[in-house]
Write a protein that binds this ligand. Structure first.
Ligand code: NAD
Ligand code: MG
Length: 395
């Protein structure tokens, strides 16, 4: 079998590390073409030592020099590049077959889009890229003939429950609804009046999943589920009213698809991202991921209930942004990134994250976005306004 050549954008993050864990179990199937990191040079150097990629990419020239010095210690042949353009180059290189898009936030869009335009197999973890670019991303995939496989556990579950050869049309496939499950995060049962006091450390302590800091805060506000509703809209061509969110605190059912005949299909598994990653890597085959099998005899119950929009106003905002369409999801995403960062730095209260996003949305007129430049322009505008709002509201 010809080995698949993999580029991991964001290899030092939570998804990047899980991806390398799965790849290491299958040296006969995969080789690493490129690894990229923002600033964690030491971690990237040890990944290069183990996986011997052709290329490694970091944020700037100084970090690149630091990495070269570390790599020289074990006579590595890895070529070190730096900067945003280099991310696009490795993601679209002829010698690369598969791109794991696992950079966090809007920073991942240009390289993920470059992979889409170059017709790669894209394993999409970086949901923010799709939320902010929507139609542009989907059109790029269709035009180049790229294969887009969802890694987000909910979307991966839905993908597994859709009929074979699904053509982005729920009605034509007899599907009545897509149901995204949500754990509800660490504050599901906390007294609402105390939410304004929660700290960053409490917010990133997720009950079921170990993830990067930004997505952990998004899970606590449920903005993560809101971004996932928008992600599901684009991935599956699903109208907003056909996408439902259901809280399921055990995180064992990763999402469901309801059919018109009354069938409800679900995908279950232990909450470990190596399962959707292995699925994306091997699709349509199945490979071992290192995840322990789910032993249902050990579980007493599976609970479900509807989310409370008062507790989780960010989820409501995301639905509204999807209904408004055009630039609204881009503004939602950018202002959320600014607000979450301000919260993590102790400059903004937890409940003010929603206030910053709502205020930014209300201050930018919805406009249609047809290319990457106009998307990035609105993204930057939203960041400026959100930064102002956060400074005015902040502590
Ligand atoms: P993380 O913070 O652990 O890792 C982020 C990675 O992106 C790191 O390798 C970092 O070096 C790189 N990076 C950060 N800023 C960058 C920049 N400006 N330029 C280039 N590279 C940059 O995040 P994560 O939890 O691995 O999440 C990655 C993506 O996957 C996010 O979009 C997240 O929503 C999505 N996702 C994560 C999980 C999970 O379980 N962690 C689940 C579903 C989806
Ligand atoms: Mg998810």
């Amino acid at each position: 079998m010809q080995k698949q050549s993999i580029c991991i954008l964001g290899s030092t993050g939570s998804i990047g590390i899980s991806t390398l864990d799965v790849i290491a179990r299958h040296p006969d199937r995969y080789k690493v073409f490129a690894l990229t990191a923002h600033t964690q040079v030491t971690k990237l150097a040890s990944q290069c030592q183990q996986f011997e990629p052709q290329f490694a990419v970091v944020a700037n020239e100084n970090l690149a020099q630091e990495l070269r010095e570390l790599l020289a210690q074990f006579s590595s042949t890895t070529l070190v590049l730096h900067g945003a353009q280099a991310l696009c180059e490795v993601a679209s290189a002829t010698d690369c077959d598969v791109v794991m898009a696992a950079i966090v936030g809007a920073a991942g869009l240009p390289a993920s889009l470059a992979a889409a335009q170059a017709g790669k197999r894209i394993l999409l973890a970086n949901k923010e890229a799709l939320v902010m670019s929507g139609q542009l991303f989907i059109d790029a995939v269709a035009k180049s003939g790229a294969t887009l496989l969802p890694i987000d556990s909910e979307h991966n579950a839905i993908f597994q429950c859709l009929p074979h050869g699904y053509q982005r049309d729920l009605d034509a496939s007899g599907i009545s609804k897509i149901i995204l499950t949500a754990s509800g995060g660490p504050f599901l049962n906390r007294e609402i009046s105390t939410l304004s006091q929660v700290t960053a450390a409490e917010a990133i302590a997720h009950p079921n999943w170990v993830m990067g800091r930004k997505i952990s805060v998004d899970s606590a506000t449920m903005m993560n589920k809101g971004l996932e509703v928008i992600e599901a809209h684009w991935l599956f061509g699903a109208a907003v009213d056909k996408i439902e969110v259901l809280i399921h605190p055990q995180s064992l059912i990763h999402s469901m698809v309801a059919y018109v005949d009354g069938s409800l299909l679900a995908q279950l598994g232990n909450p470990d991202m190596r399962t959707p990653i292995a699925y994306g890597l091997a699709y349509p085959e199945r490979i071992a991921s290192g995840v322990a099998p789910l032993d249902l005899s050990q579980f007493l119950q599976l609970n479900f209930f509807k989310p409370d929009m008062e507790r989780f106003p960010c989820l409501r905002l995301a639905y509204e942004a999807l209904r408004a369409g055009a630039s609204a999801p881009t503004v939602l995403n950018a202002s959320n990134e600014i607000a979450v960062e301000a919260f993590l730095q102790g400059k903004l209260g937890f409940m003010q994250i929603e206030a910053v996003v709502a205020e930014t949305l209300s201050r930018i007129e919805t406009q249609s976005l047809s290319d990457l430049a106009s998307i990035l322009e609105v993204d930057h505008q939203a960041r400026r306004i959100a930064t102002d709002c956060a400074a005015n509201l902040g502590m």
